[in-house]
Write a protein that binds this ligand. Structure first.
Ligand SMILES: [Zn+2]
Length: 261
């Protein structure tokens, strides 16, 4: 970075200049863009898993499949709104909308499972939910898939561990649990987008979760500019054109808002 003249100007301005001149942008987002919506993290003092160790067990497919008690606790917490409270998009999510309006948002790859990008107005067809979504549920044995609320209504009506209406199999939120493989076509979409983009914007992600983090060096190898916006250092800061630190919901509107001028 020291040899790059762009590094000598203020990072937000430098990032805005890159975004402004880019025509095919891939955005990769992580938990950091949703924390300002009040979504708790997992392992912090008030983390989901710190307060509900059973919920962490439920995120491991082995426990979930083998232990009915883990499933019952998980459905109960969800039905009571204690796992993912009803949260709304924040300024960080909304800050991405001008990219869509300008027609330069190629693909938005998110590690989040909260659907807040879509709720903020991003076209669902543009979004790759690489770790799935908590807003839907599916059967582990067949192709049954439904809205989470449909399953939670059954839980609230007295079914503690509702079974698949098609095959009797186990239902689970449509998220990728530990021990579960990513959806191959989702990963392929993300990789293809990384190969063809001229700018990759990584926002609110530690870039330590593989394999999705590998689209960052992949995009770089294919010649894309790399902008990282995150509160903490990432393993790819050294190959980024610009690294911006700070609150996502504050700095992102400055980076993208100013690019729309
Ligand atoms: Zn089924």
């Amino acid at each position: 970075m020291p040899d790059d003249p762009i590094a000598s100007v203020e990072p937000i301005t430098a990032a805005a200049e890159i975004v402004d001149r880019s025509e095919r942008i891939v955005v990769l987002t992580g938990a950091g863009i949703s924390t300002d919506s009040g979504l708790p993290d997992f392992r912090g003092p008030n983390g989901l898993w710190t307060k509900n160790p059973e919920a962490e067990k439920a995120s491991d497919i082995r426990y979930y499949v083998s232990d009915p008690e883990v499933r019952r606790t998980n459905w109960k917490l969800r039905a009571e709104g204690r796992l993912w409270a009803n949260v709304a998009p924040n300024d960080g999510h909304r800050a991405l909308l001008p990219l869509q309006t300008r027609g330069v948002l190629d693909t938005l790859v998110t590690q989040n499972v909260d659907e807040l990008h879509q709720r903020a107005g991003i076209d669902p067809d543009t979004v790759v939910e690489i770790h799935g979504t908590t807003r839907k549920a599916g059967c582990l044995s067949c192709d049954y898939r439904t809205d989470m609320d449909t399953v939670l209504d059954r839980v609230r009506s007295g079914e503690p561990d509702p079974a698949c209406p098609q095959c009797g199999g186990l239902l689970k939120s449509a998220t990728i649990s530990f021990g579960q493989a990513l959806v191959a076509e989702d990963l392929q979409r993300a990789q293809d987008a990384a190969d063809r983009c001229d700018c990759l914007l990584a926002i609110g992600t530690s870039l330590t979760v593989n394999p999705i983090a590998t689209i960052v060096p992949r995009a770089r190898r294919h010649g894309a500019a790399l902008v990282i916006v995150n509160g903490e250092p990432t393993p790819f800061d050294s190959i980024a054109d610009v690294v911006v630190r700070g609150s996502i919901s504050h700095v992102l509107p400055e980076i993208i808002g100013s690019s729309a001028r």
